[in-house]
Design a binder for this molecule. Structure first.
Ligand SMILES: [Fe+2]
Length: 471
């Protein structure tokens, strides 16, 4: 088709898009915001994207304690302009949703110039005494059929929140890729296995950055990359990632920094509480040096300060313990195993390897390489592990895991790795107890006080694995 022949068709398509999105480039979605601790009352952040025409926006909420809609907060929504080469300048709005009742559903509506243009239901963070139900998956927005089916299944489980273990958007974490493969799937109008589901407007997604999100830092090549720092609003209570340097012209770097503001680079490592659990979220990209005492001390101190929490989870992208031939030597996060053990971490969630794996509960003592370095040139970390082969699925009376359980849940949407190993346990590393790579999948966790129940479910709803922890 020539351009002349295509033009009316393209015009019609763009009209359809405008009609479908209303005044938004991206419709509202919830974020935890910079609020690492449980609050009473609770709060969340609502974000949406528009073109660069500023307007008077208002957000109202209605909780079980409100007779009618009321202002979401005392402050008006704030707009951050994103202006980087290769993409039309646009605004990212942020509104605080305050005085939410912990664990409860609330309604909210967004108005432009006094006219309501969007309405949805949100879910406030759970308090320490409430049961919680969340989903974990990594390696998600590749635009695949499997990604959309998983998104639909995730919505069917009605999670309180979703944790993304990195590689949020392929293949370079760009603004254009968020628009094509992330928002249309996770903020779809209707749940549909061929499209996605309206998740983002209803529950906060919380994410660790993966290599596809923040390791591609060449702003000359991808001027709209690193959108992680534009589109997420997460706690900023972690250490600064000193190794994260930008590439590109001084102008491109300045444009990025102006758009990202102080979220870059601090928002890549953080921690937060949800219900009776504490999460430590780390940037596991190779530019970070997790053998650095300062960084390890931060993790140790964060876990020590979380002794109050019944459950302690760690989330990052690159798994230390992986049996797939893909990424086999990306083992550098093993260096933190002793810190996790000392900090009484229960479960570590990672992605990067596009399948599902569960280790035996284990402890690990890293050994220096022959040259005295902490790891080999490819990232290998040698050492001695002690495996708890008695624990099984934790359902036996008095079953207590001896060590930390490491989960790879990188089958959230991207093309699967090494399915041929699923039926070949002889190819697995000794620490691997379960391995499923035949289908895209995600992790569901239910916590009720001292009961932890985890299952791995495929994009078609089939249960692949389950285990439990009891305290
Ligand atoms: Fe990855």
């Amino acid at each position: 088709m020539t351009f002349r022949a295509r033009a009316p068709y393209l015009f019609f398509l763009s009209l359809l898009t405008v009609w479908a999105q209303g005044p938004f480039i991206e419709k509202p979605y919830l974020q935890l915001g910079n609020s690492p601790k449980l609050e009473k009352p609770e709060s969340l952040v609502l974000m949406w994207h528009t073109d660069e025409q500023r307007a008077v926006w208002t957000v109202e909420v209605r909780t079980s304690k409100d007779k009618a809609f009321r202002a979401a907060s005392e402050a008006a929504p704030a707009a951050q302009k994103i202006s980087v080469p290769g993409i039309l300048p646009h605004l990212v709005y942020r509104a605080e949703l305050t005085k939410l009742v912990a664990g409860e559903e609330f309604q909210y509506r967004v108005s432009k110039g006094g006219v309501p243009v969007f309405e949805a239901t949100g879910h406030a963070r759970k308090s320490a005494s409430q049961a919680q139900h969340f989903v974990v998956f990594g390696d998600i927005a590749q635009g695949s059929v499997g990604q959309k089916a998983v998104a639909n299944q995730v919505a069917l489980t009605k999670p309180d929140f979703v944790f993304v273990a990195g590689d949020i958007v392929y293949s370079a974490g760009r603004v254009s890729e968020y628009r094509e493969k992330y928002f249309p799937v996770y903020n779809a109008e209707q749940a549909d296995p061929l499209v996605g589901a309206p998740l983002l407007r209803s529950v906060p997604f919380i994410a660790a950055p993966g290599n596809h999100d923040t390791a591609l830092r060449n702003l000359e090549r991808f001027p709209d990359a690193l959108a992680y720092f534009y589109y997420w609003d997460q706690p900023m209570n972690g250490p600064v990632a000193k190794g994260h340097t930008l590439m590109g012209t001084p102008e491109a770097q300045a444009a990025f920094r102006d758009s990202a503001q102080r979220r870059y680079p601090v928002m890549a490592n953080f921690s937060f509480d949800y219900g009776n659990a504490h999460w430590t979220v780390l940037d596991s990209n190779p530019y970070m040096d997790w053998s650095s005492p300062a960084l390890r001390d931060w993790v140790a101190a964060d876990l020590e300060a979380a002794r109050h929490a019944k459950w302690r989870f760690v989330g990052f992208h690159h798994p230390g313990f992986n049996s797939s031939k893909s990424h086999l030597t990306d083992q550098w996060m093993r260096l933190l195993a002793p810190t996790f053990e000392k900090g009484k971490v229960d479960v570590v969630f990672a992605g990067h390897v596009h399948n599902y794996q569960r280790t035996f509960p284990l402890t690990f003592v890293p050994k220096p390489q022959a040259d005295g370095k902490t790891m080999g040139l490819k990232g290998e970390v040698d050492g001695d592990w002690t495996l708890d082969r008695v624990f099984g699925d934790g359902s036996a009376k008095d079953a207590k895991p001896q060590g930390v359980i490491y989960i790879v849940t990188g089958g959230g949407g991207a093309g699967l790795y090494n399915p041929e190993q699923q039926e070949a346990p002889a190819t697995w590393q000794p620490f691997t107890q379960k391995y499923f790579a035949a289908q895209n999948s995600f992790t569901i966790v239910d916590i009720n006080g001292g009961k932890f129940r985890m299952k791995q479910v495929s994009g078609t709803g089939t249960e692949m694995d389950s285990f439990q922890l009891n305290k």
